[in-house]
Ligand binder design. Sequence first.
Ligand code: AMP
Length: 111
Amino acid sequence: MTDCIFCKIIAGEIPSKRVYEDDKIIVINDVAPAAPVHILIIPKEHTENILTAPSGLVLHVQEKLPEILSLAGVGPAGFRLVINTGDEGGQTVKHLHFHILAGKAMGWPPC
Ligand code: AMP
């Protein structure tokens, strides 16, 4: 999508340092980190949210997660996986992405 910031990052029109990349996803550092580790797993194919994601994408992310966590320096202490969805879900970029937050103890509830 031409006006999608994540599509521009995937296309290389906006520079980014890629923590991980394969044929289906890229992983980048969040520009406004909310934790010592805050990365975004972004599918290369534009899809608005988890409800519109193509079949197999979530499984692919799950399969790659151990490698991605290792590359990001996330250890056995744990992490939080967040998929904000829609306006009330706090989704500001309407291109599906998975937040991984780690490196500190997380509170609950998150809001
Ligand atoms: P969400 O609010 O769940 O849609 O998350 C969007 C995330 O994208 C926010 O955490 C932003 O800080 C992050 N973000 C926006 N623009 C960029 C960018 N150019 N590079 C990296 N992260 C970005």
